[in-house]
Structures are given as C-alpha cells and as structure tokens.
Design a protein. Structure first.
Length: 255
C-alpha cells in the first residue's frame, strides 16, 4: 500500500532530512586516513542525539538478516556495495567509502547516502562517484507527477549502463514515510512507462548503486549484511529522500 503524505507531513520529513544532511556532512568531515568506521558511527550517533532524532538503522532486522543491524550508519568500503557494518577498520589513503544513514524525527523518516574517497583519489573512482551522482540526479528529474517508477528506474539505469557500469540486481530505492521502507519499490533499472504511477504526496528514497567493472554480480559477506562485488571491483552508492509534488520533485535530504 502506498501512503500519500500531506504537505504538512512532507515538511516534517524535510525537517528529518535536514538532520540527516547534517549527520552525513559531519561524517564526511570526520572521515580521514586512520579514522575507524566505528568512530564515524559515533560521529553520526552524536549528531542524531543532539537533534533529538533516532536511527531507523539501529536494531533493524529484515527477513534476510541473521542479526539486527548494530549501527546507525552503513559504512561500505571499496568492493562493498551497501549495508557494510562499521568495524574497527581504519581508513587508508585512496579508500572509496559509501556512507548510508537514516534519521527519524517526530515520527517521520529520511534516508540518504554519499560516496567519497579518503585521501588521494584514483581518477577511476572520481568518475564512478560522479556517474552515481548523475544517475541520482536523472532519477530525481524523472520523479514527477504523471510518470511511473519505471521512468525513474530507466533514467538511472541509462546513465549507469551508458557509462559502462554494473548494477546490482534486486536492490534499489523504496517508498519512505512513517517507516524507512514502504511501498513502492524503485529499481535502478527498468522500462519507462511501467511500474507504479507517481502522484503528489508520494515520498521515495532514490538510490543508485554502481559497480565499476560493468558486471552485475555480487555476494553476501559472512556477516549476513554486507554486499560485495564478485570480482572485487569498487562500488559507489548515493541516495536522497524525495517528495513527489505538483511543483516537481522536492529533495528532502539535501545537504
């Protein structure tokens, strides 16, 4: 079931999104060579706590997960695509890092992700991240009343495939509102004109995931959460929470 939000509810989601934006900015600023992923998680906890917000990630346990998620951020490094559990791993020069985070405030959720390189970036990593951001922008541009979720998927997939990147099948965006994951699903590849029709009041988390090698294969790590590329190539993940409105897409998690 897809819930349509009122304009007042969308404003409340925007407030949660601004907390989330500050959280991701703080984590990005703290990320440096020698800093551990657990330390980044502590930074995020502090920003959420100061804002009076909670984490929809902490303790989350979908049907596929062997244990509840133990952190407030997903920290995915290099060949990890998404859902990386923060550990004591200390960042190294040139690491490609994807941070996914959520915030809940006054009963409304927001979800967003960024990818960046610590230290000196490889040109290939810069291109990968820039393409992920272009794919996200294309998906948001297609998130308009009268389109369908397939139009968003097609816009994202076209940017990714034209650049020669892989797309992990079965993972993509989703509806969001009172809960972090709601209907409908928003794939990262699909046919235009198909899928759920977009209407004023819908809220979606749009999140491209790209694999550098151009292959789509991935596997689940032994922790039961982290998804890694099969060939060891690097991955990038970016995301925004977006409201569908009669005036066009409204980014609720803008940083």
């Amino acid at each position: 079931m897809v819930e349509l939000k009122t304009d007042t509810s969308i404003d409340a989601m925007h407030t949660a999104g601004q907390v989330l934006g500050r959280t991701l900015t703080a984590v990005r600023q703290a990320a440096d060579v020698g800093v551990s992923l657990l330390e980044l998680d502590e930074v995020a906890r502090g920003v959420l706590r100061e804002a009076g917000a909670s984490s929809p990630f902490l303790g989350y346990r979908p049907s596929f997960a062997p244990v509840p998620f133990p952190a407030v951020i997903c920290a995915s490094v290099n060949d990890a695509i998404v859902h990386g559990i923060p550990t004591g791993y200390r960042l190294r020069d040139g690491d490609l890092v994807s941070i996914d985070c959520g915030a809940e405030l006054d009963g409304w959720a927001s979800d967003s992700a960024i990818s960046f390189v610590v230290g000196e970036p490889r040109p290939a990593d810069v291109r990968l991240i820039e393409t992920a951001e272009r794919a996200l922008a294309a998906g948001i541009e297609a998130a308009v009343v009268g389109n369908r979720t397939g139009d968003i998927a097609h816009a994202i997939g076209t940017v990714c495939r034209d650049a020669g990147y892989g797309i992990p099948q079965g993972f993509g965006g989703h509806g969001i509102g009172r809960r972090m994951h709601e209907d409908p699903s928003v794939p990262n590849e699909g046919r235009p004109g198909r899928g759920f029709p977009l209407r004023h009041g819908m809220a979606l988390a749009i999140e491209p995931m790209l694999i550098a090698s151009g292959r789509d294969g991935y596997h689940e790590a032994p922790d039961g959460w982290t998804l890694r590329t099969n060939d060891g190539s690097r991955a990038a993940h970016v995301e925004h929470t977006v409201a569908i409105t009669d005036d066009g897409p409204r980014i609720l998690s803008a940083r």
